[in-house]
Design a binder for this molecule. Structure first.
Ligand code: MSP
Length: 524
């Protein structure tokens, strides 16, 4: 019998982060949103590969190391170990791989990709003279610079992001980007989902419609980078090398079978770097004869006090500052719920504090502890039987099924904020159901009916534990155990989204215990 082809891999990536400094919550944002998506797909039972990592070459990192009187290799080694990898722990990220661009596999894969480009005549050598922004690691066109003012007086700055630019005149290799205008426009036309959301798509389409120039892709005035395989006088331009991480991490040039099995990817990026991912990257892949990514999704800025958060503005909050106070689950919940993925959004301590108490401590946490406490009090801690289902129970059963299906669709649309809004309808409905049914009153005269109400609430919590696991892995694990579900139904990780809302899964008599407070109150 012919072998069944394996299901395709859901391959998801974050940008790889510059290690010129420690991470702030802007970096944490992409990483958490990606983790929520990856965990949801795993909870569906899909094959998932979630990649993140660090971008370690280039002048920005080199200069930072020099300012700190150390070698770039020492600098990146130290920062990756003391800051970037710990951030993943802090945020409870279940990544499958972490790539550093200083690793041998990335060097080998990048050189293999360059050789492929060279053999296919996609690169040529030429003279370059123009502006370069080290802050953005970007070549800036003559029309996109102006004279600096204030602190930048006497310097030339980029109009794109205000960073200072320097005049660069050197011999470079060029990539024939101009050959790809029509093929890119066709790609955006035929696959409208390729670059999302609509705002990013419009910007990219209009940018490419204006015409593309060949792109300088090597540097020859410093050596902190990967050598061009046939010309060691040059190192690869850091962006070109960085984009390659998405393929070198899965075996490009080193493990063809693995590469074929995993590629293409869905890329999550900030909107500032959408152009690199939606214009240059697919063109490079086309030139190398490889499939383009499934999707590039550009999210917006985290704004703090109305301004884009960044290290240089000193409004760069570290993820651990918030996690130490609210915990990783609440952090993940807040960023996924309070912001529309794909748009800019303001965050504040006050808002996070308020949502923590309203949604988590009073909403979900209180629900879980009340239900378990009542099962303890009225049923000796054993899940009661459902006697007869009235319209009130049926309404909960139906709502749970719809809410889970809606959330599942929202995840496919890369809208975790909508998924959470859907799932919270279950939390709100269960709280309303308990208030209406008042089992503490019913218990005075009708234990069968009390049992039905508590068993229904417990089933609702079981559904919530499964579908909220990708967002809040720690609290849902506690909830799962408190419902006795691990013993009755097996590990939480083995529960499938598709079956989550199937009713009456917790068996009568399951041992229900009061969970440790899921979201304890926090003083402001
Ligand atoms: N190294 C490049 C990416 C190479 S990917 C092949 C880079 N690194 S970065 O560290 O400067 O930024 C990476 C990403 O961090 C941004 O695209 C974005 O995802 C995220 N953010 C940085 N600041 C942010 C905010 N204030 N708000 C939201 N996300 C932000 O660019």
């Amino acid at each position: 019998m012919p072998e069944q082809p394996a299901d395709p891999v859901f391959y998801l990536t974050t940008p790889i982060y510059y290690v010129n400094d420690a991470p702030h919550i802007g970096h944490g944002y992409t990483t958490v949103m990606g983790d929520i998506l990856a965990r949801w797909h795993r909870q569906r039972g899909e094959r998932v590969w979630y990649l993140t990592g660090t971008d370690e070459h280039g002048q920005k990192v080199l200069r930072k190391a020099e300012q700190n009187n150390t070698s770039p290799q020492d600098w990146v080694d130290r920062l990756v170990e003391t800051e970037w990898k710990p951030m993943l722990q802090t945020l409870d990220i279940a990544h499958d791989d972490f790539i550093r661009t200083t690793e041998q596999r990335h060097l080998d894969g990048s050189q293999a990709f360059w050789k492929d480009l060279y053999e296919r005549d996609a690169v040529y050598k030429g003279g370059f003279s123009g502006w370069y922004s080290v802050g953005a690691e970007e070549f800036v066109g003559d029309d996109d610079v102006r004279d600096g003012e204030g602190d930048d007086d006497g310097f030339t700055v980029s109009v794109l992001d205000g960073s200072r630019v320097e005049r660069v005149t050197e011999e470079n290799y060029f990539f024939r980007l101009s050959d790809y205008q029509q093929r890119l426009l066709d790609l955006y036309e035929e696959h409208p989902e390729f670059i999302q959301p609509e705002s990013a798509r419009n910007e990219i389409v209009s940018f490419v419609s204006r015409g593309l120039r060949d792109l300088s892709i090597s540097r020859s005035t410093f050596d902190w980078g990967i050598e061009v395989p046939w010309d060691p006088e040059h190192v690869m331009y850091v962006w070109i090398e960085a984009l390659l991480n998405y393929v070198t991490a899965i075996g490009y040039g080193t493990d063809a079978e693995r590469f074929e099995d995993t590629w293409p990817a869905v890329h999550l990026v900030g909107k500032d770097i959408a152009r690199f991912h939606a214009v240059i990257w697919p063109a490079m892949l086309m030139a190398a004869g490889q499939p383009v990514p499934h999707r590039v999704f550009a999210h917006g800025w985290l704004l703090v006090g109305g301004q884009k958060m960044s290290k240089s503005k000193a409004n760069g909050i570290r993820p651990d500052e918030l996690v130490s106070e609210f915990g990783s689950d609440a952090y993940r919940y807040y960023f996924a719920r309070a912001l529309t993925f794909g748009s800019d959004g303001s965050i504040s301590y006050e808002d996070m504090h308020a949502r923590y108490h309203a949604d988590l401590a009073n909403g979900l946490g209180n629900l879980a502890s009340r239900v378990a406490a009542m099962i303890g009090k009225y049923a000796g801690g054993q899940l009661p039987a459902v006697d007869s289902v009235t319209p009130a129970e049926q309404a909960i059963i139906d709502l749970a099924a719809t809410a889970v299906a809606d959330a599942d669709d929202a995840i496919d649309a890369l809208a975790p904020h909508e998924a959470l809004a859907s799932l919270w309808r279950i939390v709100d409905a269960l709280n309303g159901y308990l208030a209406d049914q008042a089992p503490w009153q019913v218990a005075k005269e009708d234990m069968k009916r009390t049992g039905t109400i508590l068993a229904t609430a417990a089933e609702g919590l079981r559904v919530l534990a499964i579908v909220l696991a990708p967002i809040m892995p720690k609290a849902t694990e506690i909830l799962w155990h408190s419902l006795g579900a691990d013993i009755a139904l097996g590990p939480l990780a083995d529960q499938r989204i598709a079956d989550a809302a199937r009713w009456n899964q917790l068996p009568m008599g399951a041992t229900v215990t009061k969970p440790a407070s899921l979201f304890p109150r926090i003083e402001a």
